[in-house]
Design a protein around this ligand. Structure first.
Ligand code: ZN
Length: 110
């Protein structure tokens, strides 16, 4: 575990965040620097640095992350209009917090 990790702190309730969804494997909360009208972060409870650090046993976590993306898109009303599910990997890929997360981004006027 890499400490300090802000996402581990949010998962464990040691740092504040507006949790909008929680499952056995993950939490979902808004990005503090939203890039679109809807911008949520889908964050596994397990500390995994990036996609590069995924292991075969992480498959259930990944499935949960993608399904949470679908569910949150429905709840936030952007399923029909469309959205992006983005994973940035390491610094060159734009990753800022080194705890795996999936961005759900959408809600633009088109
Ligand atoms: Zn972490």
């Amino acid at each position: 575990m890499n400490r300090p990790c802000i996402f581990c702190d949010i998962v464990d309730g040691r740092a504040p965040a507006e949790i909008v969804h929680r499952t056995e494997h993950l939490v979902v909360f808004p990005d503090i620097r939203p890039q679109a009208p809807v911008h949520l972060l889908i964050v596994p409870a397990k500390h995994i640095r990036s996609v590069n650090d995924l292991a075969p046993e992480d498959r259930p976590i990944l499935a949960d992350m993608l399904l949470a993306g679908k569910q949150m898109a429905q709840r936030f009303g952007i399923s029909a209009s469309g959205y992006k599910l983005v994973v940035n990997v390491e610094r060159g890929g734009g990753q800022v917090i080194f705890h795996l997360h999936l961005h759900l981004i959408g809600g633009w006027q088109r």
